[in-house]
Design a protein around this ligand. Structure first.
Ligand code: ATP
Ligand code: 6CM
Ligand code: CA
Length: 492
């Protein structure tokens, strides 16, 4: 019909031959790779291309367009496709948490994702988890990783955490690295991870893809995108505790999580309930934070620029992967201590806890919220959702760091080991006192660390950023095309 249409080869999902002569379609065999060669030399070839179409707010959808060309040009296209799709996964290991978020993981995968994988000629091995840590332990000990080009996580941030714990641990063991030593440089994982969002917060998916949408995530997996990601290791007295990729939070976010775990039955709404409750409770905690500021990086946590697809964050890491200044120490009373290794953007907070943080620059943004009035703390929290610089407040400081340590005040005089034995019982006693005397105003001495949505068992921790330790099937947030801003005055 003379209409001009161009599709980048890297964003083609599949190609289907059409029978032009009688108008009837040939059998769809599921993959462009399987298209048989045609015999007739000078007839024209009609073919339908399934490709990625960009929609609002970073969503991707499948679209179709039919082209005609000479047989030679068609063969050339197939060759181009073959070359440019070498980085695409062919075999995937899929873990589904059937109990994450609104318990829709299995349905989401079967209805929205599996048909797309089939269409793209990807084979899968699917495991629906039967208990917590099933996926982690399977990856750690059993999975035949050589058979796969990637791992898919259907669930929320907690499920993603299981996957990285299994994969990072397994990689270190296979490479002869001791994962318990905080000083060892960890070996990067070669398998990429795709996240099909089916949890409550899904901030890792949101911050690396730009939206929480299963079809968009599936398409990023199919086209073989790759986005490196920083991982923090958390140790206590040279003993490994956990890895973190999004938020490590003591005080407010630790308390919100502890409180909300008891309300899992409420589903995602538990965070709103506990968030409000902990805001009203307004506990502060004393302790010492020490940190190694990052050097040789481009950008600060207060920049107006954001982490965008293929930009400076990769550049910073390549040229100064470990460079840091001298240790600095801050003692004080804090409402919250947050370390954000990525923006932590999610639908609840579209800009995130640290809007200028980078996915893969080898640093984490350490945000210290000192004791202040409820009104001021609310101002800070509300800025997570507004346009104002959330760190432009006198009681807040923020540092971009490579490593940090925290020691709660009551731990400092005693020997660590002794205290840890008492820590839990002390916490129980305090919470009992506060339950018994709700109006007494006494505050607990300890909060707990929220580590990507899991509670840590210790409060004194040593955190180190391992730049680009893992890779996702994602490409970071793409700059919105200009026409979208012009056509829609409401677009952000
Ligand atoms: N079969 C299972 N039964 C019970 N728990 C499971 C199972 N599989 C995984 N889990 C655990 O469920 C927890 C929550 O899962 P998930 O992260 O998917 O959802 P969520 O907590 O609702 O979302 P988010 O982490 O985004 O807030 C994880 O910590 C994971 O270890
Ligand atoms: C007066 C009430 C004020 C409410 C404040 C709203 C601000 C929302 C900021 C949300 C930041 C989420 C950071 C992400 C943390 C994830 O690693 C973790 C695992 O999914 N989620 C939580 O811990 C869930 C934490 C949810 C906290 C609300
Ligand atoms: Ca980072």
């Amino acid at each position: 019909s003379g209409v001009c249409h161009s599709v980048p080869v890297s964003e083609i999902i599949s190609v289907r031959e059409e029978e032009e002569e009688n108008g009837s379609r040939q059998r769809d065999d599921g993959s462009w790779k399987k298209i048989r060669e045609r015999e007739g030399k000078d007839c024209r070839q009609a073919f339908t291309v399934l490709y990625v179409e960009r929609c609002r707010q970073h969503r991707w959808r499948c679209a179709e367009v039919t082209f005609t060309c000479s047989d030679e040009a068609f063969l050339l296209l197939l060759l181009l496709l073959f070359v440019s799709t070498a980085s695409r996964p062919k075999h995937l290991l899929v873990y589904i948490n059937p109990y994450g978020g609104k318990r829709q993981g299995k349905r989401i995968y079967e209805q929205k994702v599996a048909p797309l994988f089939t269409q793209a000629g990807i084979s899968t091995s699917v495991i629906v988890t039967e208990y917590a840590n099933h996926a982690r332990d399977h990856l750690k000990m059993e999975a035949e990783l050589k058979k796969f080009d990637g791992v898919v996580c259907v669930g929320g941030d907690g499920m993603f955490s299981e996957i990285i714990h299994g994969l990072i641990w397994r990689t270190q063991i296979d490479c002869g690295v001791d994962p318990n030593s905080p000083e060892e440089a960890l070996s990067p994982c070669s398998l990429r991870i795709g996240i099909i969002p089916a949890g409550s917060t899904d901030c890792i998916c949101f911050a690396s893809v730009g939206t929480n949408d299963p079809v968009t995530s599936a398409l990023h997996i199919i086209v073989g995108d790759s986005q490196p990601l920083d991982v923090c290791s958390v140790h206590h007295n040279n003993m490994f505790l956990r890895y973190s990729v999004s938020l490590l939070g003591y005080g407010f976010y630790g308390d919100v999580l502890s409180d909300s775990e008891r309300k899992r039955w409420m589903g995602p709404a538990r965070y709103d309930f506990s968030g409000l409750k902990m805001f009203l409770t307004h506990h502060y905690y004393e302790g010492t934070v020490s940190y190694l500021p990052a050097k040789g990086i481009i950008g600060t946590p207060r920049d107006a620029t954001r982490c965008r697809s293929g930009q400076i964050c990769l550049f910073s890491f390549v040229f100064h992967p470990e460079s840091s200044g001298e240790w600095r120490t801050i003692r004080g009373k804090f409402l919250a201590i947050n370390a954000a290794s990525m923006s932590c953007a999610c639908p609840r907070s579209p800009k995130g806890l640290s809007p200028a943080a980078h996915l893969a620059d080898g640093t984490t943004d350490l945000i210290l919220v000192r004791k202040c009035s409820r009104f001021n703390f609310l101002r800070h929290l509300l800025r997570h959702t507004s346009k104002d610089d959330q760190f432009d407040l006198t009681f807040i400081e923020v540092h971009r760091v490579r490593r940090f340590r925290f020691m709660p005040r009551h731990c400092q005089s005693d020997s660590d080991l002794e205290l840890d034995l008492h820590e839990n019982s002390k916490r129980q006693i305090f919470s009992q006192i506060c339950k018994d005397h709700p109006a007494c105003g006494c505050a607990p001495a300890y909060s707990s660390w929220n580590c990507d949505g899991e509670i840590l068992t210790h409060t004194g921790i040593d955190v180190r950023v391992h730049g680009q330790l893992i890779k996702l099937f994602a490409r970071g947030i793409e700059e919105l095309p200009v026409f979208e801003d012009l056509s829609n005055p409401c677009a952000i």
